[in-house]
Write a protein that binds this ligand. Structure first.
Ligand code: NOJ
Length: 558
């Protein structure tokens, strides 16, 4: 049985991973074909984003049938074959479950709109207020969270797009439907679940205007959330200790996340939180341009590390996913220091306390595609905001610059397998254009180059298996006020890891704080992104994006 604390999860966005039949759209057989590559990398789980029947308005996060595979991705036989083939590679499957909302094409919602009382109670309908929306809440994808039902004075709630109506978890029948769906997939051999925006499922009974914000304070970590998660756990995955779970937590708090992931609460194994990725939002607004704020990045990572540790919670560690721009373009330098910064970012994240997640292409340092035209974009959120920013009078050039840096499509371009046309992703026409640098940055090249970003990730995974201190050690911060270095220690028994990362393209001086009694330890470099890193720990110059992890052992004679 795998221990999730000692595991690494690889996230696959199947639509952009590998197209096995030339229709331009990645599919499940495409994933099966690439399992050897993932085995070579050494990951334990693959998390597949939704491939269920869906109109694909939000690329599958709008589910129309939870128990069937969308034909664009293949068949149930393809899925069963993938589970079997993955097991042969010692890789388990983690599925993405979207239970905050369904697609408006789901039969439940269609029946609800037809006036079927049973199914109306599956969703959240409210009467209009003074001829307007029931509340002033703003949807995550722009506009009101309420959509008017034609020829009626009712609205339905959608925290995301209007094609994603929110489910009513207050209704036991909805809960039971959901438990059955999870158990259906457990019976198919699935060993992990990622739960989409799961901390938004509990809405207040009485919904009122938000005078100071967009409404999120009323439904984020909502009134019955812990009760719902305990029940979900108890009725489904909690019965099988082999199954791991990760909850995607929108705008959450450390206190709630401790409760979500502390084993004694019987809710989830771990959580994704996003505060550390809002460090380039000007005044908290995603659709703006701003350099990342290093000091707040450090302070957020540090608070979450210490907070979760003190409450025995568990973090999912990540820089990238299908909603985030590529980290090497966002925080690193995807030109002059491409390799150095991609490796530094990997080390700085993987050696924290938690379970690391790698998003497809991150392990070869895939950068943002730098699209120039609105025609290149496919994402519903990006297209909605393009319209909204236009309506607000923002000039086209500025909007395109914002999308280039912030759009979710930055991470959704085809996986770069080799330097042939469309990066070897498809022999057809890809559903979204390929990034421009695939001739230089691709899997084929990375595998043969011993010094590649890929080999660095592979080494980090291997180290996790060899040194318990990486999964079990306690975390402590170092040099919190340093304006260029993110450094920390991990401790277990007579061992200590010292992890030092330069987040900038200029040299900087590292000085070990005096309270760390280095003299008593023997030391070795476990991993670095320069092949001649300093052996003198007390004071040394870190080169651009240099990153080093030392293992120090007390009272051990070499
Ligand atoms: C979070 C998912 O990661 C994102 O891709 C999706 O659009 C929203 N949840 C809505 O399901």
């Amino acid at each position: 049985m795998k221990d999730f604390k000692n595991s690494v999860v690889y996230q696959i966005y199947p639509k952009s991973f590998y197209d096995s039949n030339g229709d331009g759209f990645g599919d499940l057989r495409g994933v099966t074909k690439k399992l050897d590559y993932l085995k070579e990398l050494g990951v334990d789980y693959i998390w597949l984003t939704p491939f269920y029947v869906s109109p694909q308005n939000d690329n599958g996060y709008d589910v129309a049938d939870y128990r069937n595979i969308d034909p664009a991705y293949g068949t149930m036989e393809d899925f069963d074959e993938l589970v079997k083939a993955a097991k042969r590679c010692d890789i388990e499957i983690m599925l993405d479950m979207v239970f905050n909302h369904t697609s408006s094409e789901h039969k439940w919602f269609k029946k609800a709109l037809d006036g079927d009382e049973k199914y109306k109670k599956y969703y959240i309908f409210r009467e209009e207020k003074d001829g307007k929306e029931p509340t002033n809440w703003i949807s995550k994808f722009g506009g009101s969270t309420w959509e008017k039902v034609e020829n009626s004075n009712e609205y339905y709630l959608h925290l995301f797009d209007k094609t994603q109506p929110d489910l009513n978890w207050e209704n036991d029948e909805v809960q039971n439907e959901i438990f059955d769906i999870v158990n259906f997939w457990i019976d198919k051999g699935v060993k992990g679940f990622r739960l989409d925006v799961i901390n938004l499922i509990s809405k207040p009974e009485v919904m009122v205007d938000d005078e100071t914000g967009d409404g999120r304070k009323y439904y984020t970590d909502g009134p019955r959330i812990h009760e719902y998660l305990k029940k979900l756990n108890n009725e489904t995955f909690g019965k099988n200790e082999e199954i791991i779970t990760v909850g995607e937590m929108s705008s959450t708090s450390i206190d709630h996340c401790i409760r979500y992931s502390n084993p004694s609460e019987n809710e989830l194994s771990m959580v994704f939180s996003f505060h550390h990725l809002k460090i380039d939002y000007k005044d908290g607004q995603k659709w703006s341009l701003m350099d990342f704020d290093f000091m707040s990045l450090k302070s957020i990572l540090d608070q979450w590390q210490k907070g979760m540790q003190s409450g025995n919670g568990w973090n999912a560690l990540f820089w990238c996913n299908h909603d985030q721009p590529r980290i090497v373009s966002r925080i690193g330098n995807d030109q002059k220091y491409h390799k150095e910064s991609a490796k530094m970012l990997a080390t700085s994240m993987h050696l924290l306390r938690g379970t690391p997640y790698i998003y497809q292409g991150e392990e070869i340092g895939m950068p943002n595609p730098k699209f120039d035209s609105i025609e290149d974009y496919r994402d519903v959120e990006s297209l909605n905001y393009y319209k909204i920013l236009k309506e607000n009078g923002v000039p086209e050039r500025e909007i395109l610059a914002i999308l280039k840096s912030k759009s979710r499509d930055n991470s959704r371009t085809p996986m770069q397998w080799n330097d042939s046309i469309h990066a070897g992703f498809t022999i057809g026409t890809p559903w979204i254009s390929t990034g421009k640098d695939y001739e230089q940055i691709n899997v084929e090249k990375s595998l043969v180059d011993e010094d590649s970003v890929f080999h660095h990730y592979k080494k980090l995974i291997k180290l996790r298996k060899e040194f318990d201190i990486i999964s079990k050690g306690t975390y402590d911060s170092l040099l919190l006020n340093h304006e260029q270095i993110f450094a920390y220690t991990r401790k277990l028994g007579n061992q200590m890891l010292l992890v030092v990362n330069n987040f900038y393209g200029e040299d900087t001086l590292f000085k070990l704080p005096e309270d760390i009694a280095i003299g008593e330890y023997n030391k070795q470099v476990l991993i670095s992104n320069y092949n001649d890193s300093s052996q003198d720990l007390t004071e040394f110059t870190l080169r651009p994006y240099e990153s080093i992890c030392y293992l120090l052992e007390k009272n051990v004679r070499i």
